[in-house]
Ligand binder design. Structure first.
Ligand SMILES: [Zn+2]
Length: 305
């Protein structure tokens, strides 16, 4: 029996970033194709768009209004990497809202875990600005909903995207209810995420990987640094910023992970928070590698170890 649901809405495909952008609609199609190729037929979770109230727990009024105006009027955003158009508004609301709907479903016991396959991604979006292909910080919005609305006392966010989640770190840096852990390539975009940045109460952890390191270094960092910290913190819920751009074929990263490495990382995380896990798609830009890695990640979440 499958009890790991998937969040997907076709509005995620309508978010058009133009013909040459790596964060493109075909990413979602590649993932769905890979699921079909592996004959995986997951339950799909019904989701709601995020509310303004949910957005404003992380983002400023000015930011939310700017994104709405920029999308609806097809304006250029000051960060040339971060492209949005009319259809991006609904996609962004569903991407963030799907994360909250997923958390609700897991808390209510409808599913043991949920994997959201949506775009735009979120972890670079800061309270007052969009950047790095991200409009709203989906994982941060879900995290804040878990603490402030669902009333959880301790949650963790683990971010294995090859880029540092600067926006997520900024959202929770001094909040000791939320432990943000990121493993990322350094030096690399966005140039943030240093090991000495531990937050007010040691609830922020950055692990840097040099370009080209062997995949064993990722696994030993997770075993020796990430898991002990998560076990000590005892989160009631685990959110994952699941970026697959540390794959060795990815054009935006210089790491050496493969599909099976993402499965291994996912299996290592399953003992955390009693397996109450919501995972959100971030990066991953080689279409074939992305599809296969998402399948590996989903199966590792779903299947008993
Ligand atoms: Zn990334």
């Amino acid at each position: 029996m499958s009890d790991t649901a998937v969040v997907f809405r076709e509005e995620g495909i309508f978010h058009d970033t133009g013909p040459y952008h790596p964060e493109k609609p075909a990413r979602l199609e590649a993932i769905l194709d890979a699921f079909a190729r592996h004959k995986i037929d997951p339950p799909f979770l019904e989701i709601e768009p995020v509310t303004r109230e949910d957005l404003l727990r992380i983002h400023t009024v000015q930011h939310v209004d700017t994104i709405e105006r920029t999308c609806k009027n097809n304006l250029d955003y000051p960060d040339p990497d971060t492209v949005m158009g009319e259809a991006s508004w609904d996609a962004a609301l569903l991407s963030a809202g799907g994360a909250i709907s997923a958390c609700k479903a897991v808390l209510e016991g409808k599913y043991k875990s949920v994997f959201e396959i949506m775009r735009p991604p979120g972890h670079h979006a800061e309270p007052n600005r969009a950047m790095g292909f991200c409009l709203f910080n989906n994982v941060a919005i879900a995290g804040r909903w878990l603490t402030d609305v669902a009333g959880l006392k301790r949650i963790a966010i683990f971010d294995f995207d090859v880029h540092h989640g600067n926006g997520t770190q900024k959202a929770f840096y001094d909040d000791d209810r939320v432990y943000y852990i990121s493993i990322h390539q350094f030096p690399h975009y966005p140039g943030t995420g240093f090991p000495e940045e531990r937050g007010k109460n040691n609830t922020n952890l950055n692990i840097q990987m040099m370009p080209g390191v062997p995949e064993e270094l990722w696994h030993s960092a997770i075993e020796n640094l990430v898991l002990p910290e998560l076990k000590r913190f005892k989160p009631e819920f685990l959110l994952i910023s699941a970026g697959f751009d540390a794959h060795r074929k990815d054009p935006l990263g210089s790491q050496n992970l493969e599909e099976e490495d993402f499965a291994k990382i996912t299996r290592a995380l399953k003992g955390i928070a009693g397996g109450r896990i919501v995972s959100l798609l971030e990066g991953g830009y080689n279409l074939e590698a992305l599809g296969e890695s998402c399948v590996a990640h989903y199966l590792a979440l779903r299947d008993e170890i």
